[in-house]
Ligand binder design. Structure first.
Ligand code: SF4
Ligand code: SF4
Length: 266
């Protein structure tokens, strides 16, 4: 245990990210008070300036590694954490910022910043697990509040989180949704996307765009065939797998299969 022997210590770390997943922690609201009774919030700059020195019993890590400093810092975080859980698409797959992995980062930097020479960055955005061992990866952009609470509860009860690796389709079936693709021909990545959101988009008659990243077993090639039958052009097939989880292997490979002629396919 960390500084307070009575309660395990919790630390929340930020790397390259938009803070949306940390906000999900704060959005726990009522549960946050209960959580604060069970764990000592020892390091969480988005919520409090108070800092309790490590080591920490549980670290939640948001964001990807995009700088040389990040690569050093994540190793320090790992060393000071008994358990390390990554939260969100940035931390588990590199996030939207991993689009640089398929392009020229210097070109991006020059397009965005007036003085790009002041911006130090790596050519890639990589998930935390590419740098240090990770005890559990929680998907989503942003993560789901209920799943987050389950992960923390599992840690406190010393058991594995009850989070399944099924696809969004299964969640749709449980909710009794009519399939948007079968009924309306709406393109949907639900068949290859990791569950966790409760089939949020199809519940509002929208197709899933894959913000939870690939399910554990996917057949992206088959889904692309169906999307082609529905009229999706190659250009859009290339782009539909290249969003928040662009660098997750299953999505990166499928996107590369539809890359425009001459583009680097990795
Ligand atoms: S996973 Fe999405 S919501 Fe979470 S930090 Fe990254 S961009 Fe923001
Ligand atoms: S349905 Fe798909 S895009 Fe919508 S919230 Fe769920 S995983 Fe994300």
């Amino acid at each position: 245990m960390g500084a307070d022997a009575a309660r395990p210590t919790l630390a929340v770390w930020k790397f390259a990210s938009c803070d949306g997943c940390q906000l999900t922690v704060l959005n726990c609201e009522d549960e946050l008070l209960e959580l604060a009774e069970e764990v000592e919030i020892a390091y969480f700059p988005e919520a409090t300036r108070a800092v309790v020195a490590g080591p920490y019993d549980l670290s939640l890590v948001e964001g990807s590694v995009t700088t040389a400093d990040d690569a050093v810092r994540i190793r320090q975080v790992r060393q000071s954490s008994r358990r390390l859980v990554t939260i969100g698409a940035c931390a588990t797959a590199g996030g939207i910022q991993a689009l640089r992995n398929f392009a020229d980062v210097a070109e991006f930097r020059a397009a965005v910043y007036a003085q790009p020479e002041y911006v130090e960055t790596l050519a890639t955005s990589t998930p935390i697990a590419a740098h240090v061992p990770v005890d559990f990866e929680l998907r989503g952009c942003p993560i789901d509040r209920v799943q987050l609470l389950e992960v923390v509860a599992a840690f406190l009860q010393r058991r594995r989180p009850r989070i399944t690796a099924e696809s969004v389709c299964v969640e749709c079936k449980r909710r009794g949704n009519v399939c948007v693709t079968v009924a309306h021909g709406t393109p949907c990545l639900g068949p290859v996307t990791h569950a966790g959101c409760g089939a949020l988009c199809p519940s509002y008659d929208r197709g899933c765009y894959g913000c939870f990243g690939p399910a554990d077993t996917t057949n992206t090639r088959s889904l692309s065939g169906r999307l082609t039958e529905l009229g999706m052009p190659e250009r859009d097939l290339h782009r539909v797998f290249r969003t928040f989880n662009a660098a997750a292997p299953a999505f990166a490979e499928e996107s590369a299969r539809h890359a425009p002629h001459g583009e680097e396919a990795s």
